[in-house]
Design a protein around this ligand. Sequence first.
Ligand code: ISL
Ligand code: CA
Length: 562
Amino acid sequence: MEKKWWHSSVVYQVYPRSFYDSNNDGVGDLKGIIEKLPYLQNLGVDILWLSPVYSSPMDDNGYDISDYYSIAPEFGTLGDMDELIGEAGRVGIKIMMDVVVNHTSDEHPWFIESSKDRENPKRDWYIWKNPGADGGVPNNWISFFSGTTWEFDERTEQYYLHLFSKKQPDLNWENSALREEIYKMINWWLDKGVMGLRLDVINGLSKPHDYRNGDPDLPLPGAELYMNGPRIHSYLKEMNEKVFSLHDVVTVGETNFVAPSLAIKYTSQDRNELDMVFQFEHMSVDAGPEGKWDPVPLDFIRLKNILSKWQNKLYGKGWNSLYWNNHDQPRAISRFGNDKKYRVESAKMLATVIHLMQGTPFIYQGEEIGMTNCSFDSPEEYRDIETVNYYKKAVQEKGFSEKTVLEKIGKVSRDNARTPMQWDSSTNGGFSSGIPWIKINPSYESVNVEKAIEDKDSIFYYYRKLIKLRKSNKYGDLIVYGKYKLLMENHRSLFVYTRWDEGQKLLVICNFGEQREEFFPEGEIEMTHTNVLLSNYSRGEIAADKIVLRPYESLVLECLHH
Ligand code: ISL
Ligand code: CA
């Protein structure tokens, strides 16, 4: 495998709406991000991924684009974007744009044209179908955002496909003119100096030719047909040839419904498709039989097996991203740690687990200060279309009580990740002096950037140490390219693994529980001359025969390697 600059990079994701509001209209903006660049530089990240900032009616907070060539006025102007690219570059940070090309907004001029009449030249740019034999929807596919994926258009008497909201019609990638238009657009952004692309639902572009029914027993009937569909690899190869290969750019595909064998196809260096993927398997360890809205306690052994399987299978063959958080997931500390008594310990422990694995780590805004889920009090406080649609469906169609549904969405809603970034303990956490577009987490008075910077033991500085370790001369290569091995596979709360190469070995021990746990060095692990590289508690010397791990303790050691 050829070494690449982004193998040793760390990415920071900004959700622009919620990051920093420079003009106090309640919505975060590009100027706000520019103001906070020194903060990101201080953290030590290399790439800044911006969730979409293009013109959009904001049905799905910008994942519904109405013009790929302009910036939504609430976020700023193209001039601000150029300034951000330039200013970030000056402090060594590359910009990664979010590319949403599975669908557009229904307010995009292409869709407006396409829906005019069946003969319109843009008709074929979207996916239009006649009603099914019974006069209803063309098939049984279910949208990611609840209900059917089909919306009837009275004027032309056909249905259009929308895997997400009905304001997000799917583009027809079978049409080569559409594909060329998309390539032109991405090249335009890359020519501006953008150096990374995050490709939204990229493995959903190729729909099955017959649009047959999906399996009604699956949580999302149809997804098994259109995710990783028949022409997906040929589209990606074409995009690579006509776009990616012409620039120095790193690409990460958002690929739900992908196993390691497929991730290798998407990312292997000799296939010329993508550079890395976001896989979702470890995000499913707390989903019940009904899927994400049916949360169950974490299956810890499964989590270890999933993460280890990805480490082992992709080794030397593909490249993975490493993440616990993004704008679609509830906060990891609330989910896998303890967001009260052990908030700081569990935040550091979770970071340790993934930052020392192989892959490119992604940090989601607020993760580095230990932001937690927000306690929303009523359905009106939610903003996310996925949550709002689910709430209605669950109460109206499924007949769940409001209390039950509020409890479920309180745990899993995407809005948990979307509350404003907590900068200090002033009004609205210093995010804005206007009225924020979404509730601020009341924890801001104690959990905020200002406090984190003041406290030498904060989560922030722990992240900085993890990043420094990855970039150090002494351990960098080992962390980025070393082999991985899971130890104590069946232990009910310790996650123990090694990273090693010819000359060195790191031992990572993380306690996912609230009890003290004992670790006995044996076999290949020898505890003489150990060197503690990192710990989230104060630690004296390491005894040679036994290590006791405190609640949520994480420990990184260099040990002898024979
Ligand atoms: O959010 C999810 C789980 O809660 C996913 O199923 C998500 O909808 C899916 O991974 C696609 O996500 C991406 O595209 C969506 C957008 O709403 C998400 O924010 C984005 O990350 C549609 O563009
Ligand atoms: Ca603003």
